[in-house]
Design a protein around this ligand. Sequence first.
Ligand SMILES: *[C@@H]1O[C@H](CO)[C@@H](O)[C@H](O)[C@H]1NC(C)=O
Ligand SMILES: *[C@@H]1O[C@H](CO)[C@@H](O)[C@H](O)[C@H]1NC(C)=O
Ligand SMILES: *[C@@H]1O[C@H](CO)[C@@H](O)[C@H](O)[C@H]1NC(C)=O
Ligand SMILES: *[C@@H]1O[C@H](CO)[C@@H](O)[C@H](O)[C@H]1NC(C)=O
Ligand SMILES: *[C@@H]1O[C@H](CO)[C@@H](O)[C@H](O)[C@H]1NC(C)=O
Ligand SMILES: *[C@@H]1O[C@H](CO)[C@@H](O)[C@H](O)[C@H]1NC(C)=O
Ligand SMILES: *[C@@H]1O[C@H](CO)[C@@H](O)[C@H](O)[C@H]1NC(C)=O
Ligand SMILES: *[C@@H]1O[C@H](CO)[C@@H](O)[C@H](O)[C@H]1NC(C)=O
Ligand SMILES: *[C@@H]1O[C@H](CO)[C@@H](O)[C@H](O)[C@H]1NC(C)=O
Ligand SMILES: *[C@@H]1O[C@H](CO)[C@@H](O)[C@H](O)[C@H]1NC(C)=O
Length: 807
Amino acid sequence: MAAQYRPYRDEDGIENEQIDWGDQEAGTVQIYEKTSNSRIVSNRHLVIGGVGVALLGALMGLLVGYFAHSEHINCKPSLAVALYSVKDEDPTIRSKILDMVDPKNIKANLRMFSDRPHVAGSETDQELALYIKSLWETQKLENVKKVSYNVLLSFPNASSPNKVNVLNEDGSVLFSSNISFEKHGVSPYVAYSPSGNVTGDMVYCQNCLEDDLRFLQESKNINLSEKILIAQIKPGQLVDQVQTAEKYNIAGLILYPDPKLYNPPLLGGKSYPDTLWLPADGIPHFSLLQNGVGDLLTPGYPASETAYRIEQDQLKLPKIIIQTLSYGDAYHLISSLAGEDAPESWQGGFNFTYKLGPGFLNNKTKVYMEVNNQQVKKKISNVLGYITGKVEPDRYVIIGNQRDAWIRGAVGASGGTAVLMELSRVFGQLLQEGWRPRRTIIFCSWGAEEFNMIGSTEWIEENLKILHSRAVAYINAGIVVTGNSSISVMASPLLYHAIYNSTKEVPNPNEEEKQIGIETVYENWKETFPVSRNISFPLYHLLFIQEQHSELGLLGNYISSAKLTVRPRVKNFDTKGGYSPFVTRAGIPAVDVSYVHDAMPVSYPLIHSKYDMLEVVENIIDPTFKYHATVTKVLGELLRDLADSLFIPFNLLEYAEFLSGCSISLRKISVNIEKKEFQQRYVSYLDTLDTVIDEFGEAAYKFHNSQEHLDLSDPMAIRRINDQLLLLERAFLDSRGLPRNFFKKHLVLSPSEAEIHHETLFPGLEDELAELINNNDQNTSFSLLEQHFPILIFAIQTATTIISAVV
Ligand SMILES: *[C@@H]1O[C@H](CO)[C@@H](O)[C@H](O)[C@H]1NC(C)=O
Ligand SMILES: *[C@@H]1O[C@H](CO)[C@@H](O)[C@H](O)[C@H]1NC(C)=O
Ligand SMILES: *[C@@H]1O[C@H](CO)[C@@H](O)[C@H](O)[C@H]1NC(C)=O
Ligand SMILES: *[C@@H]1O[C@H](CO)[C@@H](O)[C@H](O)[C@H]1NC(C)=O
Ligand SMILES: *[C@@H]1O[C@H](CO)[C@@H](O)[C@H](O)[C@H]1NC(C)=O
Ligand SMILES: *[C@@H]1O[C@H](CO)[C@@H](O)[C@H](O)[C@H]1NC(C)=O
Ligand SMILES: *[C@@H]1O[C@H](CO)[C@@H](O)[C@H](O)[C@H]1NC(C)=O
Ligand SMILES: *[C@@H]1O[C@H](CO)[C@@H](O)[C@H](O)[C@H]1NC(C)=O
Ligand SMILES: *[C@@H]1O[C@H](CO)[C@@H](O)[C@H](O)[C@H]1NC(C)=O
Ligand SMILES: *[C@@H]1O[C@H](CO)[C@@H](O)[C@H](O)[C@H]1NC(C)=O
């Protein structure tokens, strides 16, 4: 039964052909035998046991020799597995990966993927999927396959374009916005906006969030009902904007990129092709959905042929019609508004004073909005390619990227595809040279991510149970380069240590900085986005005391990393990338890495517009592709580490700290909630929360301590530790999800529905605190808090159990 873990060599390193497992012949070394059978044998033959100890020492020497000679790697797998199973990663592979990454390939890949518009469901996107499939086959990835789903997408109607016009009293058109069709692409639109038309008076509101609309209605006495609202695009807040507009019974919502954010006039108004700022006729495309559901018709289940599909007319989509415009067109609309001046803070980047409306100065004119989007069922595809793990083929390290784009999508996200293709080439090459990682690597190219992370979500839904027991981590290559200041990272706390480690291995691509001593990507990241940590965080004390017991080694390494007072900032997850379903739905630790500007009001103003094309990257963002190559190296090293290290490189102390950080913010915010009822009922929960977090921290310390003292010749013990590490993130999943979003199953790392001051908080609690702060329905919030708090506490206790001693 346990035979595969037994060694197969004698003293001389010659394969022993005649092993009889029943008999314990002297000279046959059996260091891994764990069966009861072996215990009986060793009781009977104490002398042989003594010999065994001596032989064990000899074997250790043998192992050292064995690992030093790479020709042994070619010996028969069935005979070598026991040795591999306890072998640590091969660090020489790291420098090979760093050397092999070639910016020229990335540039060629980017050209290939951003040459033509390739919106999800289009023929071009299917062609690219097939291209990736054949590329991965030639790169020698294994088990390469294209997996398709039939999902609900939304497109404008080519024969009846969407319109935002100004009409005269007699209905004739005074002004019409240019929402023109791209050749072979789709015209600018907001996917899943319903179709319809509306004529009415327009009102300007800055952000179209709760505060703004309340201000207009209550302070300015503007009747918002059935009006057309024009608001600025706020990256990441579209969903909130639409929900708020619906709540106030708005008839139509126009969104435009205000020059204040997208082309600041202070900078002289020079836009692309001179700079990265958006030209006056650029229009971003969007999807209304970022709700974690994936395909709308098959929530919770893969959109296979046989899946049950909700009737389209039963879908609960926004009823309000929505369209995006260029700021060139928005200029004409906003500059014609009548009414009072908008507040100072609402003024944007145009060269006039913004008025609120309602209606135009010429009160005989009205706005006419018409949206003709159609929902269509389309085939979309993911492409997958494997590198089967040598020792633990059933443990998966997944790396993926979005393939589709609204138009050409050079930066968003063909850059990530280009990087992924280079990584698959490098790993395919290493495979051919004879290296094979301990665990399985899965390369993934997702379809229809722009619409609602559909490709990745459907794949997760299809494989959820397997992923729960086998997935180690997910690495996302999304929007990989938007600038050249620093790396920017979003990650689960479990991956902090590994990402710090991998960025320390990669040289800083900026030569000038290198000369002043900022030599690695890590150091530059720490300089650019530092976070000072609260050294009085609850666990610090524990770590400080324990430190003297373990200076070097794994535990010491983890402790000193967790104790750094200044470290690079790692952002919390949002719902905008392929990482989102992995974390929020499946509880798989994820990481997303990009190189960014450190001083732009929006990270990439050309995103989702027709201007996001190859030339932007070649001429402005990264002419030599060295920043792309740098991200590739960071991801490559991370992938290698996660796939090949003996122990999964998760530092649990980082998680403990993350939890206590959430608890500290929670207390800070709770103090501001003056409701007596809240103070009376929830303060005791806060104390319990702190206690269970402390217990988790202590368990984390003990876990790594025992990990450090583990018998490294025992593959089952190694596997046991790794299984505990692998399961940990799953502890935070709750099948019922967050109180306000059933599909957000991760109680700690899911982004909340409503964000409070960008604090790091437990999302389920954050949603209710936001409601309380906004004075919304308090009874519901109190009741949800009362239900959710104990579930959260229970989840943390479960996490503690998972990493505690197994018996
Ligand atoms: C697209 O618009 C054309 C022209 O108005 C119309 O005939 C057609 O039915 C529309 N298509 C869909 C799917 O609504
Ligand atoms: C509309 O925009 C397209 C390109 O975006 C341009 O070619 C066309 O001339 C514009 N039409 C008008 C009427 O301005
Ligand atoms: C505008 O909407 C009404 C129904 O609300 C519909 O009867 C009419 O045909 C629509 N007009 C256009 C031009 O789509
Ligand atoms: C607000 O406007 C709507 C639609 O025009 C109208 O039905 C409603 O009576 C108005 N409310 C007030 C308070 O004027
Ligand atoms: C304001 O900007 C518009 C559009 O860019 C331009 O045509 C106009 O001349 C500017 N007006 C002033 C007073 O600068
Ligand atoms: C429209 O504007 C004219 C002057 O520009 C004004 O006399 C009239 O009262 C306005 N009508 C309405 C309904 O506001
Ligand atoms: C970074 O990018 C800016 C323009 O986007 C450019 O002016 C600058 O030279 C670049 N710096 C380096 C070190 O590549
Ligand atoms: C640091 O953490 C302690 C709790 O351990 C908290 O009381 C204190 O307010 C925190 N300080 C800051 C600046 O966040
Ligand atoms: C992190 O890097 C350090 C130094 O390279 C190394 O000693 C340590 O083992 C690494 N830790 C992990 C978990 O990879
Ligand atoms: C909230 O609960 C209190 C008592 O717990 C009750 O008096 C009040 O009517 C409730 N409010 C709402 C809106 O249900």
